[in-house]
Design a protein around this ligand. Structure first.
Ligand code: TMP
Length: 214
């Protein structure tokens, strides 16, 4: 008896500047997806494998040159894509990843000023054929994200950056979203949580239904 080819899963990413509310909704979104009977892998970047988590620790704590930081982000990503993301998608699982290469364009590119061509070379090398199918960009004005961060635990190396850095990072996210409106959904998280979740749920429902139809 022949089996129909396994249908590839979907790759969903969550993005936004620190303090935009991404983490508040991540586990909840994964739970909602599972209600559709989907097999979902929740993961994050930098990280997602034992080695990549070690690189994360270095990236969040050690000061280093911008080139080194970018190369380490992609080294972690390489491990993660090859050993977690690609195999899961090939097995028909859905992958929900807390940040991916849009974050490198936003933080290392927008925030720190690394030319985007450099990032594009590494992107092509590490995951030339893999792009997120859908990306939620959690978005708030700087004043709100700073206020939220101020209330949280001890800040890491990125979260301690100044306001201008976050403005540039946010602008770079917006530019990416504008360049690819079919992939991005911008979520205004200044609104009350219930309203944000209502929107997320509607978008999710649309997305899963269109996948079933395709
Ligand atoms: P997190 O706090 O959302 O887990 O992300 C860790 C930090 O790493 C966050 O401040 C953004 C930063 N980051 C980059 O600068 N470039 C990247 O490519 C990724 C994935 C994260």
């Amino acid at each position: 008896m022949t089996h129909p080819a396994m249908r590839r899963g979907r790759f969903i990413t969550l993005e936004g500047v620190d303090g935009a509310g991404k983490s508040t909704h991540l586990a909840w979104l994964v739970e909602q997806l599972r209600r559709y009977g989907l097999d979902v892998v929740q993961t994050r970047e930098p990280g997602g494998t034992p080695l990549a988590e070690k690189l994360r620790e270095l990236l969040l704590t050690e000061s280093m040159r911008l080139d080194t930081e970018t190369l380490l982000m992609f080294a972690a990503r390489c491990e993660h894509v090859r050993t977690v993301i690609e195999p899961a998608l090939a097995e028909g699982k859905w992958v929900v990843c807390d940040r991916f290469t849009d974050a490198t364009y936003a933080y290392q590119g927008g925030g720190r000023g690394l030319p985007r061509e450099r990032i594009a070379i590494l992107e092509q090398w590490v995951h030339g054929d893999l792009q997120p199918d859908m990306t939620w960009l959690f978005d708030v004005p700087l004043s709100v994200s700073r206020e939220r961060l101020g209330r949280s635990r001890a800040l890491d190396r990125f979260e301690r950056e100044n306001d201008a850095f976050f403005e540039r990072t946010r602008a770079a996210y917006h530019a990416r979203a504008q360049a690819d409106p079919a992939r991005f959904r911008i979520v205004d998280t200044t609104r009350p949580m219930a309203q944000v979740r209502e929107d997320l749920l509607a978008q999710l429902d649309d997305y899963v239904r269109s996948w079933h139809r395709s």
